[in-house]
Write a protein that binds this ligand. Sequence first.
Ligand code: NOJ
Length: 553
Amino acid sequence: MKKIIHRSHNSKPLKNEDKKSVWWKYGIIYQIYPRSFYDSNGDGVGDIQGIIQKLDYLSELSIDAIWLSPVNTSPMYDFGYDILDYREIDPIFGNLNDFHQLIEGAHKKNIRIIMDMVMNHTSHLHPWFIESRKSANSPKRGWYIWADPGRNKRPPNNWRSAFGGSAWEWDEKSGQYYLHSFLKQQPDVNWRNEELKAAMFDIIKYWLNAGVDGFRLDVVNWFIKDRHLRNNPFSLIPHHFQKLRYDRNRKSVHKIFRELRTVMNSYPERMTVGEVFTMPPGDPSLSASYLGKGDDELHLAFDFSLMYRFWSARQIYKCISRWYSHIPERGWPCNVLSNHDQPRSITRFGGGNESKKRARVAAMLLLTLKGTPFIYYGEEIGMKNTKLKKKDIKDPVGRLYWPLYTGRDPARSPMQWSDETNAGFTKGDIWLPLCNDYKETNVRKESEDTYSLLNFYKRLIKLRKEHKALYMGSWEPVLKGYDGIIAYFRKFQDETIFIVLNFSNKRKKVQLHYRGQWKVLFSTHKFIHEHFIELSFKISPYEATMIKRLGDL
Ligand code: NOJ
C-alpha cells in the first residue's frame, strides 16, 4: 500500500476508558426543541409527555441521548432561555413527575437525558433578580452586574446586547444600570460572586441527583466579563463594530469550568457540552479552549464553524481540519450541522430540487466524522426552514429585525410526523406554522420507504455503532475538498474504513492507489458488497460511499 503522509487526528483513548463511561464520546446526541416535538395534550405546544410518547421513535433511530432545549419554569421572553425557577418544570411542558418519568422511560431504552442549563443570565422575574434590584444594598446586589451610569446618565460602557441595542438597562428605583447580554428580561448574573457560583453549582447537583446525564451549557464564553467594564475597542468587522474583547471570552472563565468538572467527576457517566457562542465564521481555537487540557474542563464544546458553512467541499474540509487541529490531545470533538438558533442545514446548503441529495452527503459526513454527532430534530427526515409571515413570528429577535432577519422560528417549526392535519404534531392550535412540505416530508412516509432519508440516517447510525473505526478511530484525510470531493480514512487497530463524498453535481473519478480488498459498506449509489482492488472508481453526482478494507490482496 502506498504510504501517503497527511495530517490525521489521532487523539489517544483515555486511560481506563470504558465505553459506558464515555458514552458521550462514542454515542449520538439528538437535540429536541420541546415546544416543537410532539404535543400530547392538544394545547398546540410540544411537551414532556409528548417526548415520552415518541421514545420508541428515538429508540429505533438508535440515538444515545436527547438534549432538551430548556424546560424549566420561564416567562418565555426568550422561549425558555430565561429561567425563573431552575428546579421546576414549566407547566407548558408538564411537571416534575413528567420529567422524572421521561428520565426513567428514556433510561429503560438506553437513552440519556441532557438538560439545557442557562446560567449566564436568569429571567428578570427570578427571585434572585427581584431581590437584587430592590436596592443598591440588597444582599443579592452582587449576584448580578450593576454599574453606575456614565457621563450624562449614559450606559456605563459601549457593550451591546446580542439582540441589539445597549447591553445596559437603567433601573430608576435603585439608581444603577444592570447588564443584559441578551434581552433586558435576561439580566446577566455575576459569576465572580462566590455565593452565586455556589447556588448555580447546587442546581447542577440537584439535577445530577435527579438522574440527569448531562448539561448543555448556554453561552459558556460569556460567563465572565471584564472586572473594570472596559469599553470594547472599535473594529471594522460589522458585528456591532466592536472587537468583542471585554464583554466575553475572558481567560478567567476557565476556572469556573475546572471547578465544575470536579463536581461532574464525582457523578459517574455524566457530561457537559458548552455552547461557545461565536459570530461567523466561527472560532475553533476558542471553542476548543473550553475543553481545557482535554479532561479538566467541559467534556465537549460546540464549534459553530460547520454551522456557518454553505455548500462548499473545500470550505467544509478546511473547517473540519481546523477544528480537529485545535482539540487538545486528551480532548474529544463534537460535530453539528444545525440547531435551534441557525437555519436548518438542508436550507443553508441550498440545492433546490437537489437538496435531499445534498442532505445525504451531509448526513454521511456528520455520521462518519471523528467526534460526537449532534442531530437536530427533523434533520433526519430532511426538514427545511419554514417561511413565516410577520404575524406568525414569535421569536423576539425575528420581531425586532423583520423583514431583514426573520429570527430563529423558521428552524423551530413543529416536527413533521405524518401527512395528517398539523402533520400529526398536535390536535390543537399549532403554536408555529408548519413547513408546507409536510405531506411529502414526514416520519410516517419516510418510515415506509426503504430509500428515504430517514432510513438512510438509521442505517448510518447503525453502521457507526457497529464499527469502532467510525466511533473511536483516527481521521486521516486524503481528498481535501478540491474539485468538490472530500475523502478520508477512519481507522482503529486493524479496521480501516474509507469514506468518499462528492459535493458536486458532476460525475468524477477517484484514483487512489491503495491496493487491497475493499468492499462497499454503504452508499447512495454503489451496490453494497461491490468489491474493489484499489480505491479507483467513478463517482456519481452527490455520491456518498463508505468502503471497508477487508485485507491485503
Ligand atoms: C444561546 C441560545 O442557544 C439562544 O437560543 C438564546 O437566545 C441565547 N443563548 C440566550 O440564552
